[in-house]
Ligand binder design. Structure first.
Ligand SMILES: CC(C)(COP(=O)(O)OP(=O)(O)OC[C@H]1O[C@@H](n2cnc3c(N)ncnc32)[C@H](O)[C@@H]1OP(=O)(O)O)[C@@H](O)C(=O)NCCC(=O)NCCS
Length: 185
């Protein structure tokens, strides 16, 4: 897998004068990025998502996203990419298979600059180019992330549930909708 695209966050940043300008590049992650990718995921998880998880489930997540765990996983992903800025990796997306978005995390200080959307668009382009048989991508959204996922084209396909200590909503994106001009309901 290889991907590289440059995004100028300045247009998005104009939404608020308080947002710092930043440029970033979406690039593939390999096992060598495990320590930095782990730091991004865990900082974002603890700051924004962990409140909806039982303490034991938080521990399982932190273990699964520790550098040693990611060290063996990043190269096996269908798609693994980061938003690389001058200040390091600002966000990470991981797709363990072509129809599953497994993780999408942006560092809290870089929220609302379009990084989450850009990471998904990069993943989506990869899936559409390499796995044309895949029509739908699913994920488990934390309650916090549901409005974000709706903004980028996912719809809920379940009510909120708890599994293994994590509260989540199953969501899906039907990829052909965009080309067909079909609206998400
Ligand atoms: C969810 C997350 C990835 C969003 O990243 P982001 O870079 O801030 O999102 P973007 O700037 O690309 O936002 C894209 C759109 O979603 C909207 N959005 C983003 N976060 C939002 C929020 N918390 N509430 C409402 N809307 C939100 C933005 O306003 C934007 O809308 P628009 O383009 O239609 O105007 C980030 O908040 C995060 O890492 N959260 C913690 C981890 C998490 O919950 N990940 C999902 C695990 S299932």
């Amino acid at each position: 897998m290889s991907t590289s695209s440059v995004f100028d966050g300045s247009a998005t940043a104009q939404r608020s004068a308080s947002l710092e300008l930043m440029k970033y590049e979406i690039r593939s992650l390999s096992n060598a990025h495990a320590p930095e990718a782990s730091a991004v995921i865990q900082e974002s998880f603890l700051g924004l998502a962990a409140a909806a998880w039982r303490p034991d489930a938080r521990g399982v997540f932190l273990e699964a996203t520790a550098p040693a765990s990611l060290q063996n996983k990043l190269n096996t992903m269908t798609f693994a990419a980061g938003a690389f800025s001058d200040g390091g990796i600002a966000g990470v997306i991981l797709m363990p298979s072509p129809n599953l978005l497994g993780a999408l995390f942006v560092r809290p200080r870089w929220l609302l600059r379009g990084i989450g959307r850009a990471l998904w668009e990069s993943a989506r382009a990869h899936i559409e180019a390499r796995f044309s048989e895949v029509n739908t991508v699913e994920l488990n959204a934390t309650p916090y992330a549901v409005p974000f996922y709706k903004s980028i084209g996912f719809v809920p396909i379940s009510s909120e549930f708890e599994r293994d200590g994590q509260r989540a909503i199953r969501m899906a994106c039907w990829l052909p909708a965009r080309a067909l001009g079909a609206n998400v309901i």
